[in-house]
Ligand binder design. Sequence first.
Ligand code: BGC
Length: 796
Amino acid sequence: MKIRKLGLLGALVLSGVFSAGYAQNDVEKRVEDLLSKMTLDEKIGQMNQLSFFAVDDKAIAQYSDDDMDTFLVRMGIAGGQGQKKPSEMTKNEKIKLIRQEAEKMLDKNFTQPIKEGKIGSLLNISDPEMVNKMQKAALENSRLGIPLIIGRDVVHGFKTIFPIPLGQAASFNPQLVENGARIAAVEARSTGVTWTFAPMLDISRDARWGRIAESLGEDPYLGGQLGAAMVKGFQGNGNLADPGSIAACVKHFIGYGAAEGGRDYNSTYIPPIQMRNVYLPPFHEAVKAGAATLMTSFNDNDGIPASGNSYILKNILRDEWKFDGFVVSDWNSIGEMIPHGFAKNDKQAAEISTNAGLDMEMVTGSYVKYLPELIKEGKVSMETINNAVRNILRIKFRMGLFENPYVDTKKSSVLYAEDHLKAARQAAVESAILLKNDNNTLPLAESKKIAIIGPMADAPHDQMGTWVFDGDKNYTVTPIGALKGDYKHINYVYEPALGYSRDKNTSNFEKAKQAVTSADVAVVFLGEEAILSGEAHSLSNINLIGAQSDLLKAVKSVGKPVVLVIMAGRPLTIERDLPYADAVLFNFHPGTMGGPAILDLIFGKANPSGKLPATFVREIGQIPMYYNHNSTGRPAPEKVMTLDEIELEAGQTSLGNTSFYLDSGKDPLFPFGYGLSYSKFEYSGLNLSSNSIPMEGSMTVRTTLKNISNVDGTEVAQLYIQDKVGSVVRPVKELKGFQRVFLKAGESKTIEFQLTTDDLAFYGRDLIKKAEAGDFNIWVGGDSNAILKGSFSITE
Ligand code: BGC
């Protein structure tokens, strides 16, 4: 009766003929309906992701001459009989020919297979017109009209580049991180990107590893809090269908950051308890925050490559965490199980990965090629395929891609919007860490004449850092750019002295010294080019590279105050440089607005508040050194012996037999959580609501934080605990809470942390997470060496 009243259209809607007739929460029904109509090839097509290539003149023009010539010859377009040689062609001629060829390949490699339902996702396509063209082939020209999901590495901003993730982590500010991800999502989605391969939540305790730049540092709690914030930012706080949202992809599952020796792609050896307590928690937090997808990692852990590890993909991710999104491989990580020696060929690799629960294959193409045979042979079941496709379709429906697949190319651009740049500037401000500030060298009075020295003072490309595919260096504002803009009233002289960070040519050092002589103070911008960190960019030496340390010394020899500003992709070993700088401001590559942000800090318009998200070691040989290591049986005493103190022919046991290095001691250069401010903060009166809490109970931790200086500032207050005796050995300290507290000069506040026994739970020998009754130490302070200490216990 009701149906009749609604008329024919209504009846059709109710009967599901129009997909728009489903309520958004009918996703499961839509998935099953669609799945029931799909052929096996169409299903496997959804599990296939291919990388797109550029077909527009602008992108082709960026290829090197050599690459263009090779392409022209290889494709038989030039250099053959009766054809012109590449050397006889103008660049424009070459571009035109390459584009024509690329267009032909485009049809064969992408448009046709999409129409046949053989591709479920593309990555690295960022031209909106092209996205629409491909999406049209999927929606209007394929049998079932399933939209593509378009992936891109939007790692720390899309066009407006934010500080690298490690820098954002230094802010200890989840809201700031969420906003940054939101802005990246809005910009990326406006060009047709619907899925980012971020956040990267690999715990890294090794600054040699280039990808530490993309990480949120060494701590599982910080990584989990900020990772969840990033997921929320990308995904519109759960509103995946919002036109400003993109799906997040939490990567790399799992253990990739523990690459042995910090050498990228290397094997990892993470035992189960450590895996559970250190490496998995950030991923779990991200899944709880609703992450739509996950990416497997390249590494094998103790012999099992992640892309073939059913225990992590099924038992942990699906059964324990109830994850219902989809899992994508990393770039060719399925194929790479062959060189790993884990699969004998692509066919076996496809079998292993599908059966392990890896839903979508990035670029290798072995699913499309071999799954039909593998099914016939009974090596992969239809149910396995159906489940993978369900996972993928579920996300496509949740994202509203069926209703909203196209990019509105007429909309006015949101790229580099003013409020985006403003947010990027604030993010860069909050990400900078003040490591040293003798005699209150900083902030500088604006009336001072400044000598600006060093290769990073005007490095628009390098300042953006690694994993920037879309950001344009022409929009970067460097410190020199800011001195021509917001800070044009400053009197300065500029002498870079080195052309780039690796430069060893010292011939301009005299000029630099003259510049410093003519000024009141020197600000020296050193660091790393962007290419020195990121994927496959590991280093075995993390000193300031090239002749940079020598430049700093030369500048210092003039006798003026020296401010060292570093922009780098990782923690560096800068102990040898510290004596030559009165103040040190460390920035992990700060992004598009790094220049003005740094000047805001240097001139005191902003006050540094960043804290180190990773330990800074004194010597590279101390790595791995991290604050939350397990208690050893022979902890080093407060003061350890140094090499110089060892007597000649000292007795074998006279040095104390404890855990430290004879040549570099027991401590890092700067501990996790460290960072100074122009303000001075004092913690006093640690007060616990109870000194003993029952299992499942909670307590409130209070302390008074006072700004004892005459400068307003923000302190990141940190709470650490130690479980003194456990059924397995526990870390010496673990971060369990942090908060940014703004205090006016002289102001004091009581700050509060809530702590539950759940926060104190960990995985022991049975790999079940639970808190254990017993005694705990607790500290609150401004870094992981916090001294304000209390104790409590959990009772049975
Ligand atoms: C990286 C991933 C990235 C993928 C796609 C791989 O080489 O390891 O992190 O998302 O490429 O660009």
